[in-house]
Design a protein around this ligand. Structure first.
Ligand code: BGC
Length: 722
């Protein structure tokens, strides 16, 4: 009884201290009645590249946005993309979201969200423009590195704690790019043709989770079109689904330059317009923002009676709600910026996301090395810059070469560049610290690397893509599935030396590796941010036992994948119109759903990732809808295993993927330790989206639950009935 009273007192006190939703709604109502029409209109569009006005006379602050999603972007000039050259805006660069997804650990997402949220708060930002959860549809997607992989369930589970972590710091996320923004080529003119089942099963769930479970306070519309309407003002997606079915009460922000039409912007769900006319300049810096679709044209439309004020009040109410949740939140803190805790978080997340793809003969971890030859431009190139809007001005970035030098102080560490991207030494106004000037021919660079490899115990190559144009970068897709800059020739030549060879692939996309059978150890190293070097050295040395698993499939060749013809990608130009139609004819068969069902063997499967120890699975048992399986660490080092649950529905009225991910848990085990992992299997995990009935349906009958270490490494399966 006493405990109950204390709890009751505590709850009452907590309720009295935090402004409750009804209070906020009451205040919003009051403010709305005091605002002039002009003030309301002003609130719905930008006043600079990254800010929109408040109402000073009522104490309502400006809204300030920042990219997102891997660190807090450097300040830019008021009307331009160019850097403002502040000296106090260098941030902590966190690993790319592909790496976060590869950790398969929601705790890492929470840590990521809280840390980056603190950095945003310190920089006085209202909205962080991220995270991105567009589904990885094919490996040419220029922005796949900013997203969370090919599986809607994994992306959904991983995005929720990120959202909650950021927003726990009174900074709003802006989940992007909603939706169907799966490639960069023609990004403003692509019209996606996709059936409802595929939309609901593949492309919406991660956004839905971010909104309905994460409670995201803002969402960014995408550049492309769906049903012939741009997604920044798209009736079916924003009004019917987001604000209708999901009950979203936050703000829809346009992508920068994604708003095209006043009528649609008024009626189809857009609340806040940013970045129109790309460089922010239209008729001149003094009045341009006033020309935005939701500015003077909107005001004129209301005054002439073309538009009512109901939509405007709704937009303003949402913007005020966001203000109360962020800038006006009671007890809003000050955050912190580039501190040891954030560096530690970045290193930890990176360590959990790095994936050991291959380790023949236990080449890794590096042991007893007297000489290590490090090869490859990505061992020294700054990779926190480039890639588009996610480019960062990092306070520091430790390269893989420096990370290895610090870790292996007793060994001789030599470096050979091996290949050259011919990269400029400056990107986005930020100078790379390493001089990348190169005068040797590609053949000479390979020959020099081979010569240097002769007396090395280990040869560790850092290659992959690099966020240059078309190499994991916004605004343009990749044009080739192969590795660029002659890296294949380099790998063939190094493999022929017979040294212990390790390839670390730095990318946010799958790449081909025609030499895969000749190289004993391969690591997926992502873009890891400030702590790249130490995190990679942790894994290569064995200080950290790798536990990452791939969030997307690596096919041998691009044509093996679900998207292989022109109508699917890059689409068919529509006659007489500035529209390119893309047809998602692969339907729900995206990623492993395709490879598994069509029995195409990938090079590295979804969910794949090795460890320096081994895990033994017991038999999966099912009681009712609770599945349990024992997992034991059978090696001699501590490690973590991601136990994955897939469900098959062998008989169904619609064609279903061979299996689909419906649960996962990361378990940490000491040598010899055994734990039982349990999963509840809700109806949701058995359902498909019935487009005709417009609802999720689980058809009674037989199902199979599979548990395993990867989508192609199922250890135990068990049948059950609904
Ligand atoms: C990108 C967004 C980004 C915005 C602001 C756009 O080009 O698509 O992801 O947040 O610019 O930089």
């Amino acid at each position: 009884m006493k405990k109950y009273l204390i709890l009751l007192a505590f709850i009452t006190l907590a309720a009295a201290c935090s402004p409750k939703a009804p209070d906020i709604e009451r205040q919003i109502y009051g403010i709305l009645s005091q605002l002039t029409l002009e003030e309301k209109i002003a609130m719905t569009h930008a006043q600079s590249k990254f800010s929109s006005p408040g109402v000073p006379r009522l104490g309502i602050p400006e809204i300030w946005c920042t990219d997102g999603p891997h660190g807090i972007r450097a300040e830019v000039l008021w009307d331009k993309w160019s850097q403002a050259r502040w000296t106090n805006d260098s941030c902590t660069a966190y690993p790319a979201l592909t790496c976060l997804a590869a950790s398969w650990n929601p705790e890492m997402s929470r840590l990521y969200g809280e840390s980056i949220g603190e950095e945003a708060l310190y920089r006085k930002k209202t909205i962080l423009l991220g995270p991105g959860v567009n589904i990885y549809r094919h490996p040419f997607g220029g922005r796949n590195f900013e997203y969370m992989g090919e599986d809607p369930y994994l992306a959904g589970r991983m995005v929720v704690p990120y959202v909650q972590g950021v927003q726990s710091k009174d900074v709003a996320v802006c989940v992007k790019h909603f939706c169907l923004n799966n490639d960069e080529i023609n990004r403003h003119t692509v019209n996606v043709n996709v059936d409802d089942r595929t939309l609901y099963e593949i492309y919406l769930p991660a956004f839905k989770a971010a909104v309905t479970e994460g409670g995201a306070w803002s969402v960014m519309g995408a550049y492309n079109l769906y049903k012939d309407e741009h997604l920044c003002h798209n009736r079916p997606i924003l009004m019917d689904i987001l604000k209708g079915e999901w009950g979203f009460d936050g703000v829809v922000v346009s992508d920068w330059g994604g708003c095209h039409d006043t009528d649609q912007a008024v009626h189809n769900g857009l609340d806040l317009e940013y970045g129109t006319w790309t460089d922010g300049l239209f008729t001149g810096p003094s009045n341009v923002y006033n020309q935005y679709h939701l500015a003077q044209p909107y005001l004129d439309g209301i005054k002439s009676g073309k538009y009512g004020t109901g939509e405007l009040d709704d937009k303003v109410r949402r913007i005020l709600r966001l203000q109360f949740r962020t800038n006006l939140a009671e007890g809003r803190g000050h955050g912190r910026f580039v501190c040891p805790e954030h560096s530690a978080a970045a290193r930890r997340i990176a360590g959990e996301g790095i994936v050991l793809l291959k380790n023949d003969g236990g080449v890794l971890p590096v042991r007893d090395a007297k000489k290590i030859l490090v090869v490859g431009e990505n061992a020294v190139k700054m990779l926190t810059i480039g890639g588009g809007s996610s480019s960062l001005k990092a306070k520091y970035e430790i390269s893989p070469l420096d990370g290895l030098k610090a870790r292996f102080q007793d060994a001789e560490i030599a470096f050979e560049r091996g290949y050259s991207s011919g990269a400029a030494r400056e990107q986005d106004g930020i100078s790379a610290k390493f001089d990348l000037t190169e005068s040797r021919s590609p053949e000479q660079m390979v020959a020099d690397a081979v010569a240097a490899a002769k007396d090395a115990d280990y040869v560790i190559v850092f290659g992959g893509l690099n966020k240059n144009g078309h190499q994991d970068s916004e605004g343009g897709d990749r044009e080739d599935y192969g590795l660029p800059y002659g890296q294949d020739a380099l790998m063939e030549a190094l493999a022929a030396t017979g040294r212990k060879l390790v390839f670390v692939n730095i990318s946010g996309n799958a790449v081909s590796m025609p030499w895969v059978d000749k190289v004993p150890a391969i690591v997926q190293g992502w873009y890891l941010g400030s702590e790249a070097g130490p995190a990679l050295a942790d894994v290569l040395s064995g200080d950290v036992n790798p536990s990452g698993k791939l969030p997307f499939t690596f096919p041998y060749e691009f044509k093996d994948g679900p998207v292989f013809n022109e109508e699917q990608y890059p689409g068919i130009p529509r006659e007489g119109e500035d529209i390119i139609d893309e047809y998602y004819t692969e339907g729900v068969f995206v990623g492993y759903r395709w490879y598994d069902t069509r029995e195409v063997k990938p090079m590295f499967a979804f969910g794949h990732g090795l460890s320096y120890t081994t895990f033994e699975y017991g038999e999966a048992k099912i009681k009712g809808r609770k599945l349990s399986v024992a997992v034991k660490n059978t090696g001699d080092v501590a490690g973590a295993e991601v136990v994955q649950l897939y469900i098959s529905d062998p008989e169904c009225s619609v064609e279903r993927p061979a299996k689909e991910l419906k649960g996962f848990k990361k378990v940490f085990l000491q040598p010899g330790e055994r734990k039982t992992v349990t999963f509840d299997i809700p109806d949701e995990a058995l359902s498909f989206f019935d487009a005709d009935a417009h609802k999720w349906v689980a058809e009674p009958g037989e199902f199979i639950a599979h548990v395993g270490s990867a989508s192609d490494d199922i250890r135990s399966s068990v049948n059950f009935k609904l």
